[in-house]
Design a protein around this ligand. Structure first.
Ligand code: IVH
Length: 694
């Protein structure tokens, strides 16, 4: 896509723009657009960022400022046009230039051999060169570029007509808003691809939903297709979708245009134009045996790919041969899908158990007749909450369809009511906690029932498990079964008790040899110096996931600071909303929780922000403290704070006489007033702050 010289050129230009201000004329505006496009490509297609986030944001802001004063220059290819605005009422239905066909499936070697034979006979050749690539499990999409500019993005719909979702498609940052097609004689081009979601992003998103008491999205495919059709484009932007372009379905070009002649070259052409493609995963095979072997190899390694794939697509590589083969009304004859072995299975729902989580949430868990799915035997599946049970129409005794998508935990897709005998019984939700028998409550805005007895033994055990877990205090060897065992024996009854274990008793237990006892002792000892964010996460405060814990830890010097933080103060931290703030404030005001923290301190657990006190860097801001207030428009507050710290400065918590600089965004309130009154603090607007960075 970019030659080495071009890469260097755009990099240098980026630095130039960063050192200067808003573009002065249209030519430098056009250049800045190209620089941002290049930075987007590095970040989203190559996954190799060129600029620091804060630098990117500054460039973007410069572009935006120029456009504000030169609105006549704005075209659809400006990166500012990706910015989500307003809600869509509904999506208009539009016709595809060429129908969006589906692929015929093959499931085994013989199917592939038969298909190859049919192809060879049809065009009367002895051998065909094939190109194979992953079959992505997402939502298919069609992109039309008119005179270099992305004109429309359309869902598959019924194959003939789809929904126009251009606005949402523009939120997918790996899809170029423009390309240089005209230069290659191409006036209009229709590109097909798949919108997918990174498995890691999908998992993180689901974890966040779980923290909020919402049922996880079933699989990456549903997440991608559901997101694409959301009416709020801003929400779409948040979900971080990506796309993969794998086919050109229509081209209007001048007769002199030198177009690629094979599928592989066509995809390479798209990659050169900056599109995300499967080019790295594509294999050109000259024999059908090689095709089969490669498909099998990919099936073995499917979990290593960052996106969910459900098979391979085998395509005749030569585009002229493709044309000769043509298509039926449903699918092309020049391609087939080789479907991987299904990761679905049916089983019988035997009973439902109700588990109590660490926050008291009651989760129904289906026990099913054990069944292998994609190499794992599944006997237990979460049903999340009452609504999910109702929605899937589940009854005890039902046959159910299960699916395991990639590395994601298995879930029940649906019941199979056709197979009911009449002996099935409804799933009844308990009114009392299955462990401590206290009455359950269901807050109005929530989907889950809760046991609100904090002393409920089930909750206590879950809290200890969470505290010791890998992402929290990471106490190796203190896993679920050991915790349960020690709890049942009365040896480990609370979190602080971890640091006060009766080792002579433990050493006498079965399964606790000298070596494992010493490993456990060591792991517990090490956990005392864990970072503050891990401790905060480990405390199991509602709505405080790993990310929130990091934000909180960064803002304080020691955990006791939070005893006095008000909801308002917490809300002033970036990305902390009222719900989280209320929960955190409530947690630290609760005497029992303070006692817990004091006990941990007594046992020697570190509660200080170690990074804050030691990681000071020498720089131009050394010895200076900064505080940001109001909404920053040029960049996120966290980036600005990072820049201050990188230059040796510190971030203050509040306006007081020790503060050096207050950087004021829009809607600044009481902090600005207070700083003005003190009269010792330098007050900066964003622009002045940016200038200080240079
Ligand atoms: S080519 C004219 N290539 O699978 C045929 N499709 O069941 C164009 N899919 O609707 C499709 N990965 O949504 C092609 N590498 C790939 C694909 C792929 C996924 C989807 C596509 C299609 C469905 C067919």
């Amino acid at each position: 896509m970019y030659s080495q010289e071009q890469e260097k050129y755009y990099f240098d230009q980026a630095k130039q723009f960063l050192a200067n201000d808003v573009p002065e004329d249209e030519a430098s505006y056009e250049l800045l657009k190209k620089v941002i496009k290049y930075a987007d490509w590095k970040y989203y297609v190559q996954s190799n960022p060129l600029l620091a986030d804060v630098e990117y944001d500054i460039l973007f802001k410069q572009l935006h400022r120029f456009e504000q004063t030169h609105p006549q220059c704005i075209k659809n290819d400006s990166p500012t046009q990706r910015v989500a605005m307003g809600l869509s009422e509904r999506f208009p239905s539009v016709a595809h230039l060429v129908p969006m066909l589906s692929l015929e499936n093959t499931y085994n070697e013989q199917d592939i051999l038969d298909w190859d034979k049919k192809c060879r006979e049809s065009i009367q050749v002895n051998a065909i060169t094939y190109c194979i690539e992953p079959k992505y499990d997402g939502a298919s999409i069609s992109l039309v570029y008119q005179n270099n500019i992305l004109d429309r993005g359309i869902t598959r719909g019924d194959g003939v007509k789809g929904e126009e979702i251009t606005n949402n498609v523009k939120q997918i940052r790996s899809i170029p808003l423009s390309a240089s097609f005209i230069e290659k004689g191409i006036e209009q081009i229709e590109i097909r691809g798949e919108v997918v979601i990174h498995k890691a992003i999908f998992d993180a998103y689901n974890q966040q939903r779980a923290e909020e008491g919402l049922a996880p999205l079933a699989n990456p495919r549903n997440a991608a297709s559901g997101t694409l059709r959301m009416l709020d484009a801003q929400e779409v932007a948040k979900r971080k979708l990506t796309a993969i372009a794998y086919h050109v379905s229509n081209i209007t070009a001048s007769p002199a245009a030198a177009l690629p002649r094979t599928h592989y070259d066509m995809v390479r052409f798209l990659a050169q134009e900056g599109f995300p493609t499967p080019i790295q995963e594509m294999r050109v095979c000259t024999t059908i045996q090689e095709v089969i072997a490669t498909c099998n190899k990919f099936e073995q390694e499917r979990d290593q790919l960052p996106f969910e794939i459900d098979g391979m697509v085998i395509k005749v590589n030569d585009l002229w041969q493709q044309e000769q083969l043509g298509m039926t009304s449903h699918h092309p004859r020049w391609a087939v899908a080789f479907k991987f072995k299904a990761r679905q299975a049916t089983s019988k729902l035997l009973k439902v158990e109700f588990q109590v989580g660490r926050t008291g949430s009651i989760t129904p868990v289906a026990k099913i007749e054990p069944v292998p799915i994609g190499g794992v035997v599944v006997s237990s599946v979460s049903l999340f909450n009452e609504e999910v049970v109702a929605e899937k129409d589940l009854m005890i005794g039902d046959y159910v369809l299960l699916e395991r998508a990639g590395d994601v935990i298995p879930y029940i897709v649906k019941s199979i009511p056709e197979l009911r005998s009449g002996e099935e019984t409804p799933i009844l939700f308990p009114k009392q906690c299955p462990v401590c028998k206290s009455d359950l409550e269901k807050p109005l805005e929530e989907a889950v029932w809760r046991c609100v007895n904090v002393a409920c033994e089930a909750q206590v055990v879950e809290r200890i498990i969470h505290f010791a877990s890998k992402d929290a205090m990471d106490i190796r060897n203190l896993g679920v079964s050991n915790i349960q065992k020690l709890f049942d024996l009365g040896i480990l009854k609370s979190i602080p008790a971890i640091y006060d274990l009766d080792w002579s008793r433990i050493s006498s237990l079965e399964g606790f040899g000298a070596k494992s006892v010493s490993n456990l002792q060591q792991a517990i000892e090490q956990s005392k110096t864990q970072e503050l964010n891990r401790l905060l996460f480990g405390l199991g405060i509602r709505y405080v996931g790993e990310t929130t814990a990091k934000i909180l830890a960064n803002a304080i010097d020691t955990i006791q600071d939070l005893y006095t933080w008000t909801e308002e103060q917490l809300c002033s931290l970036e990305d902390i909303g009222p719900k989280v703030a209320a929960s955190v404030a409530h947690f630290f005001q609760h005497p029992e929780n303070r006692t817990l923290i004091e006990q941990l301190i007594e046992k020697g657990v570190s509660v200080d922000n170690k990074r804050k006190s030691t990681a000071l860097i020498e720089g131009v801001f050394s010895g200076k403290s900064f505080l940001f207030t109001g909404t920053l428009t040029a960049f996120k507050r966290s980036y600005a704070e990072q820049m201050v710290e990188e230059k040796g400065g510190t971030i203050a918590n509040s306006v007081n006489s020790k503060l050096d600089f207050l950087v004021v965004g829009t809607d600044a309130g009481s902090k600005l007033e207070k700083a003005k009154k003190l009269n010792t603090i330098t007050i900066l607007n964003e622009q002045e702050f940016i200038e200080m960075l240079h």
